[in-house]
Design a protein around this ligand. Structure first.
Ligand SMILES: Nc1nc2c(ncn2[C@@H]2O[C@H](COP(=O)(O)OP(=O)(O)OP(=O)(O)O)[C@@H](O)[C@H]2O)c(=O)[nH]1
Ligand SMILES: [Mg+2]
Length: 262
């Protein structure tokens, strides 16, 4: 049974929603979260969006004491917004944080199942590429990009994760404490891969839950060739560093060179 102050077996939960120019989406996504999981709090982390998303967030916070706003100076990327949100949650004693996009791609209706999975996990990844998941209205080039990106990340980094680039997640704060977040350098998509890698190396329990992912209907994607390029070169860099470390330490690696973290 859900209580008013958190999710059973998980504790106090903060849903962090990073926003940049999502004024047309924010009210809709926040109301869906409130309806799907009334016991969670919400933090909108806005990078001073020119379209007035910050003001929309303030209005929502004024109507609902469970909605909060973190105003940031300017566009600094998804990774920086999430790290700021994690810090905000830690300072206020939350037990778990949820990463969720504002554009409706991450259905709040999937969150109860993800929180239930978090009862027995440290990190829950809402996966687009596991049995039972659905991806709606994505053009072929986006499907291919995601599939190929995930295949590359999985092979290069040796992570048993089907959706390492996916951005719909639950992290227990205790698990984030076990990761070296100070070392995180990603701006865009690769932030999700970087955290997957850190979690895998730290040996925390990672579970994937199938989600229904839908292409955004309103507003514009912030995805760019630069973000894809960043993911590619960072994954390649990590893979090379992992193999060098494995060689130096003489620790196990697979025939394709992937490191098996002890
Ligand atoms: N605070 C903040 N939020 C951002 C920034 N860039 C993107 N976001 C938000 O991060 C979420 C994901 O961004 P999207 O533009 O949907 O990018 P995406 O989901 O990776 O790409 P699409 O699949 O094309 O939608 C959305 O809620 C954005 O508003 C940023 O620099 N700062
Ligand atoms: Mg999106």
């Amino acid at each position: 049974m859900r209580d008013e102050t958190g999710h059973p077996g998980v504790g106090r939960v903060l849903v962090v929603i990073p926003t940049y120019n999502e004024a047309d989406n924010l009210t809709w996504i926040v109301s869906r979260v409130r309806q799907a999981v009334p016991s969670v709090d919400i933090l909108v982390a806005d990078d001073n969006s020119p379209d007035g998303t910050g003001a929309v967030a303030e209005e929502l916070a004024g109507q609902d004491r469970r909605v909060h706003v973190l105003h940031r100076e300017g566009k600094q990327g998804l990774g920086a917004a999430y790290l700021a949100g994690f810090g905000w949650a830690r300072r206020r004693g939350y037990d778990a944080v949820v990463e969720m996009d504002a554009d409706g791609s991450h259905a709040p209706e999937d969150l109860p199942a993800m929180l239930t999975a978090a009862q027995d996990a440290d990190v829950v990844i809402g996966s687009r590429w596991t049995s039972g998941a659905r991806v709606l209205n994505w053009p072929l080039r986006r499907l291919l990009l995601s599939r190929c990106g995930n295949l590359y990340a999985r092979l290069a980094l040796g992570m048993p994760v089907s959706d390492a680039t996916g951005g719909y997640r639950v992290y227990r704060l205790s698990a984030l404490d076990a990761l070296d977040l100070e070392s995180v350098c990603s701006q865009g998509y690769s932030f999700q891969v970087e955290l997957s890698r850190l979690a895998h190396r730290a040996g925390v329990r990672i579970v994937e839950v199938p989600i229904t992912f839908a292409e955004r209907e309103r507003g514009r994607s912030k995805m760019s060739p630069l973000i894809v390029a960043e993911a590619l070169w960072r994954i390649t860099g990590w893979a090379v560093a992992d193999r060098r470390l494995a060689l130096r330490r003489g620790i196990h690696s697979t025939p394709t060179g992937q490191v098996r973290w002890p």
